[in-house]
Design a protein around this ligand. Structure first.
Ligand code: HEM
Length: 496
């Protein structure tokens, strides 16, 4: 069973091409092709790779779907190969052992990110968590984000916000029962609202800046970086003004019974309850984390290599939910089992609550199986080594969607999202592992469970499910999922 599981999981490597791209900055083309290092120790030999052109390297031959191209290249060049793009050398690795060398044995060395001009513009000069190098400032922000903003206590405290937004979504869908809905739009707007309301509740309403505007900012963040900065700055200023007028910020806190993230951060700044001092610039960088979003450029392949990308919350979570729904609809047996589990754990007279989530083992396995076949961040986020580093074939494959593989006794603990198991780590691994895992996990489970408990789903007449994907840093569905909901729970008040 274990061997079978490992064999199947390793297929994840083939499909995903688990790859960490290491960018060695500031290495000239000529210098990087030699194996000597002046008077210093000899450079280690570079791995094999395709022939590249002078100056531009392999750029003209890169395919839009890098994840599949890298899979093919791994067959030719082996588990580690090089790709030069311009003056930059990228090393692509794709086995658990090599991953271990990067994110475990030499995690500290590989903990930097290659910051580009575009990433710099949209992240306050790489001051956010995702694009900062591994330095004191990154440590501080990450500590605040993981241990304060997304602490178990604060995540619990925000559960009412998530619940309200998901109920809104259910009510909205109920109003459109029987019609064909673009689920991608619904998921994105729900996740985005969950994140924005957790962060600053209704502050945007005062601005007259609705989420649609903000989503526009995300979609073209480079052009709109100033606008995003303006919005964040004015939300912070308004809150500071509001707090100073009202000695206590009770009504902000009471709106959902709890503080939002902005208030948590302002309190930290004012009352230094932790060992870290945080500044307004830190707060802006932390708030940006929630909006950083893969930037879709018309010249995607070059923009990827140039790292003109940002990865985080709404996009990745939306895609995961969408792919899971597609697989569930494609596999009626899986749909049946998920809904049976929901009937058992939640019951037909209740709506899904976060307290139910830990009992939804089959749904959890279904999500993991979706990640295996559709890793939403297939190449993870690039790492850049801080010094020169020295240094399988695919064992099996299964395209069959089978959540049971994650339910095997051992798998339950072994294949989680912590990044500890280097056969399966869709959220990355090591010290740069995704900082949003607990929030992503809760949000995706809650939304999926609610959608499948409250509704049955079918395809519009004559339509077929399409499983083709497209690589845009994240792995998107080529065509959005369109499906028709029908009422599942007997009591209509559960939809209000
Ligand atoms: C399905 C949902 C998500 C997936 C698949 C995902 C995946 C990833 C991956 C692969 C990385 C790079 C890890 C590495 O370099 O080893 C990452 C980094 C990061 N993610 Fe996520 N993510 C998701 C949701 C979120 C959410 C909801 C947030 C927060 C609101 C978030 C915040 C971050 C941050 C801050 C980083 C940078 C961490 C660092 O460099 O120290 N992510 N994510």
């Amino acid at each position: 069973m274990t061997t079978q599981l490992n064999t199947n999981i390793s297929w994840w490597w083939q499909v995903v091409v688990f790859t960490i791209i290491v960018v060695i900055l500031a290495i000239s083309w000529l210098w990087s092709t030699t194996t000597s290092n002046g008077d210093g120790p000899p450079m280690p030999p570079l791995p094999p790779g395709p022939v590249h052109l002078p100056i531009i390297g392999y750029l003209p031959f890169l395919d839009r779907n890098l994840h599949t191209q890298f899979t093919d290249m791994a067959r030719t060049y082996g588990p580690i190969f090089k790709v030069r793009v311009g003056s930059k050398l990228h090393i692509v690795i794709n086995t658990p052992d090599l991953a271990r060398a990067v994110v475990r044995d030499q995690d500290e060395t590989f903990a930097n990110r290659p910051l580009t001009v575009a990433a710099s513009i949209s992240t306050y000069g790489g001051q956010d968590i995702a694009w900062s190098n591994h330095n004191v400032s990154w440590r501080k922000l990450r500590k605040v984000f993981v241990h304060e903003v997304l602490s178990i206590k604060n995540l619990e405290a925000c559960s009412g916000i998530r619940r309200d937004q998901v109920r809104e979504m259910i009510k909205d869908i109920y109003g459109k029962i029987g019609t064909a809905l673009d689920l991608n739009e619904i998921f994105f707007s729900t996740i985005a609202k969950v994140l924005t309301s957790m962060i600053w509740q209704n502050s945007l309403d005062e601005e007259g800046a609705d989420y649609g505007h903000l989503a526009g900012v995300e979609r073209d963040i480079r052009k709109e970086a100033n606008k995003l900065d303006g919005i964040i700055t004015s939300v912070i200023e308004d809150r500071i003004k509001y707090n100073s007028k009202n000695n206590s910020h009770d009504d902000i806190n009471d709106a959902v019974g709890k503080k939002d993230v902005l208030q948590v951060l302002l309190d930290l700044k004012d009352h230094a309850t932790t060992s870290v001092d945080i500044t307004i610039a830190d707060i802006k960088a932390l708030l940006t984390v929630s909006f950083i979003y893969p930037h879709e450029s018309s010249a995607m392949k070059s923009s990827f290599i140039a790292n003109d990308i940002m990865v985080a919350g709404p996009e990745a979570t939306t895609l995961l939910i969408q792919w899971t729904m597609v697989e569930i609809m494609q596999n009626p047996e899986v749909m049946k089992k998920v809904q049976e589990e929901l009937a058992q754990v939640v019951g037909p007279s209740n709506i899904v609550e976060e307290s139910h989530l830990s009992k939804l083992k089959y749904l959890d396995a279904t999500i993991k199986e979706t990640f295996r076949l559709h890793p939403v961040v297939p190449l993870l986020v690039p790492r850049s080594p801080s010094k020169t580093c020295t240094g399988s074939s695919i064992l099996g494959k299964s395209l069959e969607f089978n959540p049971e593989r994650f339910l095997a006794h051992e798998a339950v603990d072994k294949y989680d999202f912590s990044g500890n198991n280097l056969n399966f780590f869709p959220f990355g691994s090591g010290r740069r592992v995704c900082a949003g895992v607990p929030l992503a996990e809760k949000s995706q489970m809650l939304i999926l469970a609610s959608l499948l408990h409250s509704f049955n789903w079918s395809l519009p007449k004559g339509e077929e499910l399409d499983l083709s994907d497209i690589f845009c840093v994240t792995l998107r569905k080529r065509k959005p999922l369109v499906a028709i909901p029908s009422q599942r729970l007997p009591n209509t008040s559960l939809y209000m």
